[in-house]
Design a protein around this ligand. Structure first.
Ligand code: PLP
Length: 382
């Protein structure tokens, strides 16, 4: 009898597998890059070489695939490897529509590099399905890309509505769900065709692995081309990273719920703070995407928020310089809280206001985080 288990149980037990030889509840890390052929020249065990895939990577893929409710998942060497592989899996030439507000590295690749690969991107306001629809070129647009909530303003897109728009025009929908995680949102159930994660962030959760993931609603031609691209271009994840990722995903639900609760507490605390002009967090009623987020996110609004410092850019950078508990570093989704002056990272083309600090809530006591940020906001300008 196969038990019907909830995602949290699957994640906690990393898929539930026990090592057949030893009974170990943690599976061994498979390091081999090559495998014995059967005497009749077959590879019946399903493995021939380490670049197409690896048993430890497959275990991690299986866990994530269940969490996302997909037909198949591919892990790659980074979030960027996963995202670019999704675009390179399209039939080309391809027109794609992407959000104006999105992870800046991928926006940069789409704007500056993708054309050389036969991909032309149009950027649109992804908070409004009608504006996305207007950017679609009938018969030419192959993919609509969303990120929700989207870096660094935590813009929310209505995944179900955009799926309708994309499919109506014959395009696929892919969603970068890094900030939402499968704990809070399951884009495939809302109609998306592909879910992408920078597994570097919440899925691993400990700031010690670079990894990316693509989960597909169907094992169709796009999936086949993505698997081929990973194999031929070699952007596979290593087995050590896969085993760390498996360990990280065991506590995903605990971490994300705690981080969401802390982010909500901080958003509520700072929204009327005299030194803060605006808090950007989908959990706040005044956030423009709140109603959609309340519909499509379950159990919380995520661990990411941004605050805009009333006294401007210098004061924001000064506050980041004076934190003691927060870590002044890029990235997000780890157990330690991170603070970052985002415009300094993104450069002149950023849509990010200069007074904005991006906050990634970790799992520390939220009172310590609030006190530390209060102190830093009070520090005299250096
Ligand atoms: C939302 C989002 N997508 C994609 C990426 C890229 O992931 P990676 O750094 O693992 O390549 C990041 C990294 O910051 C991200 O925040």
């Amino acid at each position: 009898m196969t038990l019907k288990l909830n995602p949290e149980t699957i994640a906690a037990q990393a898929g539930g597998a026990v090592d057949a030889e030893t009974g170990a509840v943690v599976l061994p890390v498979h390091l081999a890059t090559t495998f014995i052929r059967d005497p009749d020249n077959q590879y019946r065990k399903g493995y021939d070489y380490g670049r197409p895939d690896n048993a430890t990577v497959r275990q991690a893929e299986g866990v994530l695939n269940t969490l996302e409710g997909g037909a198949a998942t591919l892990l790659l060497g980074s979030g960027m490897a996963a995202a670019t592989t999704a675009f390179l899996a399209l039939e080309r030439p391809a027109h794609v529509v992407a959000p104006q507000i999105m992870y800046w590295g991928l926006r940069k690749w789409l704007a500056e590099d993708a054309r050389a690969h036969g991909i032309e991107a149009t950027f649109a306001d992804a908070a409004d399905p009608a504006l996305l629809a207007a950017a679609i070129r009938p018969t030419r647009t192959r993919l609509v890309w969303l990120e929700s909530p989207a870096n660094p303003l935590w813009t929310v897109s209505d995944i179900a509505a955009v799926a309708g728009v994309a499919h109506g025009a014959g395009a696929l929908l892919a969603v970068d769900s890094t900030a939402a995680t499968p704990v809070l949102t399951r884009p495939l159930a809302l109609g998306a065709d592909i879910v992408m994660h920078s597994a570097t962030k919440y899925l691993n959760g400990h700031s010690d692995v670079l990894a990316g993931a693509l989960t597909f609603a169907r094992t169709d031609a796009v999936f086949e081309r993505a698997a081929r691209a990973r194999k031929m271009l070699g952007a596979i994840l290593g087995p050590f990273e896969a085993s760390l990722l498996i360990r990280g995903m065991r506590t995903l639900h605990l971490r994300v719920r705690h981080q969401s609760a802390s982010a909500m507490a901080m958003a509520s605390h700072f929204r009327n703070h005299p030194k803060i002009v605006q808090v950007l967090y989908p959990g706040l009623q005044e956030h423009p995407g709140h109603a959609v987020a309340a519909r499509q996110m379950h159990g919380g609004f995520g661990g990411m928020l941004s605050v805009r410092v009333r006294a401007g850019e210098r004061a924001a950078i000064n506050a980041a310089a004076h934190v003691k508990v927060w870590k002044r570093a890029t990235s997000l989704g780890g157990v330690e809280s991170l603070i970052e002056h985002r415009a300094s990272v993104e450069g002149p083309s950023t849509p990010c206001p200069a007074d904005l600090l991006r906050l990634s809530a970790g799992i520390e006591d939220v009172a310590d985080l609030i006190d530390d940020l209060e102190r830093a906001l009070d520090a005299p300008l250096a």
